[in-house]
Design a protein around this ligand. Structure first.
Ligand code: ADP
Ligand code: 5GP
Length: 206
């Protein structure tokens, strides 16, 4: 018998900026054992309170472009003028080690991941309404008005991509949304194709 673990499940979660995806997914990975968040690469400047190698791997635009040229990204996108991407090698290595991984990425990146790995489970997170999204964005942000207007305009485009996803959750009450996402992870883990090898000894005992 092989000692290799079953490969992990790959989840992508997309949502318009300020929906609350970072807040929700940080709680989700605390709640669900064996579920880990992927760490993206970005060329955007580090914000106050962020740590290199924890929140993101912060790299220069040149270094990012060199990685694109070398085919180092499973997916990458230009979001609000900065590059963001997910390492092929790191993702494959973690999945091969049996980790279930969540990528919190924009809709362009999610499309690329689904094309490369069609078995990916894609979840779209919506705010309760456009007005609530705007409120959350203003509460969180110290950005100029024009930058916020750009995020809201992008949000309108992003929600039109919802039909390409497998699941949708609404981040109204935080705990409820986290619970629903945990339910999605559990349901995916319990699919017969996923459990087939693990249950064989039970079947054989009959
Ligand atoms: P994103 O990662 O989607 O850009 P954040 O996780 O940074 O969003 O959340 C944006 C703002 O909304 C933050 O101030 C956060 O505290 C707040 N927030 C997140 N989820 C909820 C919720 N369910 N109810 C109220 N406020 C929320
Ligand atoms: P922020 O700069 O606010 O951290 O993130 C801005 C946007 O970039 C968010 O929509 C976030 O989901 C997206 N993002 C973060 N990491 C990645 C990534 O690796 N790939 C892609 N395509 N988008 C990402």
């Amino acid at each position: 018998m092989s000692n290799n673990p079953a490969p992990g499940l790959l989840f992508v979660v997309s949502a318009p900026s300020a929906t609350g995806k970072t807040t929700v997914i940080e709680q989700l990975v605390q709640l669900v054992p064996g579920l880990k968040m992927s760490r993206s690469y970005t060329s955007r400047p580090r914000r106050e309170g962020e740590t290199d190698g924890v929140d993101y791997n912060f790299v220069s635009r040149d270094a990012f472009e060199a990685q694109i040229a070398a085919g180092g990204f499973l997916e990458w996108a230009d979001v609000f003028g900065n590059y963001y991407g997910t390492s092929w090698h790191e993702t494959e290595a973690r999945l091969a080690a049996g980790e279930d991984l969540v990528l919190v990425i924009d809709v362009q990146g999610a499309r690329q991941v689904r094309a490369a790995r069609p078995e990916t489970v894609a979840v779209f997170m919506l705010p309760p309404s456009f007005a609530v999204l705007e409120e959350r964005l203003r509460k969180r942000s110290s950005e100029p008005e024009a930058a916020m207007a750009r995020r809201l305009a992008t949000a309108r485009q992003e929600v039109s991509a919802v039909d390409a996803y497998d699941y949708v959750v609404v981040n109204d009450v935080l705990e409820r949304c986290v619970g629903e996402l945990a339910g999605i992870v559990m349901a995916e883990r319990a699919k017969l194709a996923r459990r087939r090898a693990a249950i064989q000894p039970i079947i054989d005992s009959f």
